[in-house]
Design a protein around this ligand. Structure first.
Ligand SMILES: NC(=O)c1ccc[n+]([C@@H]2O[C@H](COP(=O)([O-])OP(=O)(O)OC[C@H]3O[C@@H](n4cnc5c(N)ncnc54)[C@H](O)[C@@H]3O)[C@@H](O)[C@H]2O)c1
Length: 320
């Protein structure tokens, strides 16, 4: 499969603008955008806003900003945006029918070899692809917000996706400076959300069973060891982990358990039945509706959290 150079972004909202910026950061890439409701100048202004934040942290120079912006061209029609595209990234709202219809439309507008990627957060890639004729070229690319700072992108193979499509998508993401991980099966939560939710389930269960209050649980998560099973054996204390796991694994929260019913778990305590009103008040509150996985937005809203935003910018610079 030929190398991907021309990338079209459909839907230039929060994720689409950030992803346009990611691809345009490499001099080999040309990016077009199309958004049904957002005029081109607004799209460019959004990207410029992200870059201004990075420039304020010393992560990008004025010359780099000018070069990057020169590689992004908003188009007034979807047909023009995708005509030359090697890769079309769908970043429209999270509605199954909307995404299915878009891919059906793209089949008539794109070159036959173009790859179609969906940035769905939670929906099945297989179902999104199921209404298209050329299902083999539809792949999941789950970016994390903000896409220009979080390195991870999950590249998800549906029941239909060709391996060559996955390979080419992995390659272009690596070239754009991302850390793509290959997910061989299209399962709910893909890979990273499954890991994240397993930790949340256990955190809620610990509070629910009175083992610790919410604040110490949050502290242990933020300030403790970041290694997990996916990192392999601990190089410092290799013999400790397997026997320790055998000891406590049976005591972990069961699937579908703790705090799952009717609440936001640790965020508001509503799913933690044993807590009284005072206990719920002591639980950490989410900043507005910003979930944990939007760390930069959370950090922007909280002057108490400059360390978080600086460490993400450091990632962007490739320092970490
Ligand atoms: N926000 C996040 O943290 C996040 C993270 C990962 C993945 N996602 C996923 O990315 C996708 C986009 O999310 P977002 O947060 O950027 O949403 P958004 O609402 O910010 O952007 C969606 C954009 O799509 C445009 N649009 C709507 N219908 C369109 C159409 N038919 N053709 C072209 N443009 C259209 C809208 O005008 C809007 O600008 C969703 O599937 C979402 O689940 C979001």
């Amino acid at each position: 499969m030929a190398e991907i150079r021309n990338v079209a972004i459909i839907g230039a909202g929060l994720m689409g603008c950030g992803i346009a910026q990611v691809f345009a950061s490499h001099p080999d890439h040309r990016v077009t955008t199309f958004d049904s409701y957002t005029p081109g100048p607004v799209v460019l202004e959004r990207v410029r806003g992200n870059l201004a934040m990075l420039a304020g942290k010393g992560a990008i120079s004025t010359a780099e900003i000018a070069a990057l912006m020169g590689r992004i061209t908003p188009m007034e029609s979807i047909a023009k945006a995708v005509a030359q595209a090697d890769l079309v990234m769908e970043c429209i709202p999270e509605q199954m029918e909307l995404k299915q219809n878009l891919f059906a439309e793209l089949e008539g507008l794109c070159q036959p070899g173009a790859i179609f990627a969906t940035n769905t957060s939670v929906m099945s890639i297989t179902e999104i692809a199921s209404k298209a004729e050329s299902r083999h070229r539809i792949v999941g690319t789950h970016f994390w917000n903000p896409p220009y700072l979080i390195p991870l992108v999950e590249v998800v193979k549906s029941e239909y996706t060709d391996d060559t499509v996955v390979d080419a998508t992995m390659a272009v993401l690596k070239k754009a400076g991302k850390h793509p991980v290959r997910v061989n099966r299209d399962v709910p939560g893909f890979l990273a959300n499954r890991l994240q939710h397993a930790l949340w389930r256990e955190a809620i269960s610990i509070v629910e069973h009175g083992i610790a209050d919410a604040a110490p649980v949050a502290g242990a998560g933020s300030h403790g060891e970041r290694r997990h099973g996916g990192h392999g054996p601990d190089p410092v204390h290799p013999p400790v982990h397997p026997p320790a796991s055998r000891e406590f694994a049976p005591a972990l929260a069961p699937l579908g358990g703790a705090g799952a019913e009717g609440g936001a778990g640790l965020q508001d305590g509503a799913g933690v039945p044993d807590l009284d009103t005072a206990g719920r008040r002591s639980l950490p509150q989410a900043p507005g509706r910003v979930p944990h996985r939007c760390p930069v937005q959370a950090a922007r809203r909280s002057t108490a959290n400059p360390v978080l935003i600086n460490s993400l910018v450091a990632y962007h610079r490739g320092i970490l």
